[in-house]
Ligand binder design. Structure first.
Ligand SMILES: [Ca+2]
Length: 250
């Protein structure tokens, strides 16, 4: 179930989900910020939520590479959003919500069920650690952009050498809910109906779909509503490309 997008088997291509499933999304690229002060995990989480968006999270090795790029090429020991599920001590979650869908533990880790939070090491690997320890930490910052048409949104993101949000992982969706909930009900994603099918405009294969069953126009053969948005609860909707919606560049 927790496959990287590159490992998806053909049998998954027909799969549909009533909710977002748990794929990594290589083009979601929130900005990571290294915070030099040392705090315990809870304080670090509060700091990130106040000043940025969340403690950093990762869905793939390329996300860890991105953190390394964002922070100048090297990684310090620091808290990330890893925490044990309070209801299941063997499961790990991201502080923004959602179970981890990718893991990068250092050899022998997690090592101790009393170590209920996680940090990243200079080699990019993860270690469980007692949350009251004082460490540097990493926050991510995600910006919701002002409303634009779908085409303008795509151009805006590409001018910044990013892209419209692609399929969101569970952690990313939770983050979007936190970030978006007071701003908008839905935002554009990089989904477009071209010729006779829906496509991710960044070229990612459309491995699964999460269409809302509501709405006044079927997405199967849309006449006018040929651009994709995602509702903050995670389901896709097709909208007129000229409509103006919020969006996130990634
Ligand atoms: Ca440990």
């Amino acid at each position: 179930m927790f496959l990287d997008s590159g490992q998806v088997k053909a049998s998954n291509l027909e799969g549909r989900s009533s909710f977002l499933t748990y794929f990594s999304s290589p083009l979601f690229r929130p900005k990571h910020i290294f915070i030099r002060r040392k705090l315990n995990w809870n304080e670090a989480q509060a700091y990130c939520r106040q000043h940025y968006t969340e403690l950093s999270f990762f869905n793939s090795q390329s996300d860890i590479d991105k953190l390394q790029n964002d922070t100048g090429g090297s990684i310090n020991h620091g808290w990330i959003g890893l925490q044990r599920d309070p209801n299941n001590n063997t499961a790990w979650m991201w502080s923004g919500g959602g179970y981890i869908t990718y893991e990068n533990w250092h050899s022998g880790q997690p090592s101790n069920s009393r170590e209920n939070k996680g940090n990243i090491r200079p080699d990019g690997k993860w270690n469980d650690r007692i949350g009251t320890n004082l460490l540097h930490f990493y926050c991510i910052d995600v910006t919701v952009e002002e409303k634009m048409s779908w085409e303008d949104a795509l151009s805006h993101c590409r001018e910044k050498q990013t892209d419209l949000a692609n399929q969101l992982s569970e952690a990313e969706l939770h983050l979007a809910k936190v970030k978006v909930k007071n701003i908008t009900q839905r935002f554009w994603i990089g989904l477009r109906y071209l010729a006779d099918r829906w496509l991710w405009v960044n070229g990612e294969p459309l491995e699964h779909e999460s269409w809302s069953q509501g709405g006044d126009q079927d997405h199967h053969c849309p006449i006018q509503k040929r651009c994709g948005a995602i509702h903050k609860e995670g389901l896709w909707e097709n909208w007129d490309c000229q409509d103006k919606l919020h969006f996130m560049c990634i």
